[in-house]
Design a protein around this ligand. Structure first.
Ligand code: AQP
Length: 334
């Protein structure tokens, strides 16, 4: 069975960009692939973060993923820092990754501009990502468009390591990008992103969804209610395409072009449709939040399964690299 790996940072809420671009597809892939889904906490520390909140956010992310349909019977769901081999393999990969390749990554360029002092972790982020995926010898990586460049780099890292140490040991993973590859944020410009605060959360209550949508950017030509607009350039119209029935999408387009609706009318319908779409997920999350121990157990079981594969891969890596075998394998149970 082909193997899928993907990750998500516990750097904030699960938002509709993550959901449409990645999580929804992870749920669908569970029946065809052996899936490893990882909450990548060691990635989240590469930007400024609230230490007192990381544990809660990690648990909340697991809760949201389970509520969104990740099934721990079919998917190995775990936390990155619970499987030590991720950072070990990342170190190994730094020895075959040219710095120039890391410096040309678009995400590094974007995020480093927002930092006063650029941290080495932000630069080497894609190396850890390569380790995340290749530790499980995954061949398929379902991601949004923003991550495609990183998957290309991990293919190169796999090629370089294989060429030096063991031909064919690591597969060259392929990015799997779906239709919702770049959901734009409520500012109508940038990618919907936790760190930009332009998101709608998956677990937001209907009233919060409305409060977030109300000021969202629309077609700038619609200055007054009577000005006609162009739906194709409006992010609210694009969101309707993901959350509203076909008939409503057609009505939205028509009423935008003819100024039959104002932008607020259009947003009101969208807010209701988003709130309805996620109602079952909100309810499941509310149930799971009453049982945090159960979520922790799921993560512990996931880490144990992941560790088995990861340790096997690392044995092969160390052997091919000529490292002296330790007398006893370290047994780490977290
Ligand atoms: N706006 C988006 N449209 C489509 N896909 C998206 N993804 C994220 N934003 C969008 C996909 O979601 C998965 C998990 O993302 P992540 O949290 O690990 O990292 P990210 O891409 O860095 O997400 P954010 O929200 O932009 O986080 P911050 O601001 O903390 O960096 C990935 O598959 C991603 O492609």
């Amino acid at each position: 069975m082909a193997r899928v790996f993907s990750g998500i940072q516990p750097s904030g809420e699960l938002h509709i960009g993550n959901y449409l671009g990645a999580v929804q597809r992870w749920v669908a892939l569970q029946s065809q692939y052996q899936c490893f889904i990882c909450i990548v906490d060691y990635h989240a520390i590469t930007q400024d973060y609230d230490v007192s909140m990381l544990e809660t956010r990690t648990l909340d992310m697991a809760t949201s993923l389970l509520a969104a349909g990740i099934d721990p019977e079919r998917t190995v769901l775990f936390v990155q820092s619970h499987v030590l081999e991720h950072t070990e393999l990342a170190w190994v990969f730094t020895s075959v990754t040219p710095i120039g390749e890391l410096e040309r990554m678009t995400q590094f360029k974007d995020k480093s501009q927002r930092q006063e002092s650029v941290l080495a972790g932000l630069l080497s982020y894609p190396v850890l990502q390569a380790a995340d995926v290749l530790l499980y010898k995954a061949d398929t990586v379902p991601v949004g468009e923003d991550q495609v460049q990183h998957v290309e780099l991990m293919r190169e890292i796999a090629r370089k390591w294989n060429a030096r140490y063991g031909d064919g040991f690591f597969p060259e993973p392929q990015a799997l990008v779906g239709e919702a590859k770049r959901i734009v944020g409520l500012d109508g410009q940038a990618k919907m992103s936790k760190s930009l605060g332009n998101t709608i959360g998956l677990l937001d209550q209907p009233e919060v969804i409305w409060q977030r949508l109300r000021p969202a950017m629309t077609d700038p030509a619609r200055v007054t209610r009577n000005d006609p607009g162009t739906p194709e350039i409006c992010n609210i119209y694009h969101l309707h395409q993901h959350f509203s029935p076909k008939k409503t999408v057609e009505e939205v387009a028509h009423k935008c072009r003819t100024a039959g609706w104002g932008c607020l009318d259009c947003k009101r319908v969208l807010a209701d449709n988003i709130a309805n779409a996620f109602k079952p997920i909100r309810q499941r999350a509310a149930e799971l939040k009453k049982r945090p121990e159960q979520v922790r157990e799921i993560l512990a079981a996931g880490a144990a399964k992941a560790r088995e594969v990861a340790q096997e891969t690392m044995r092969g890596v160390r052997e091919r690299m000529g490292l002296l075998p330790a007398r006893t394998e370290a047994v780490v149970d977290r």
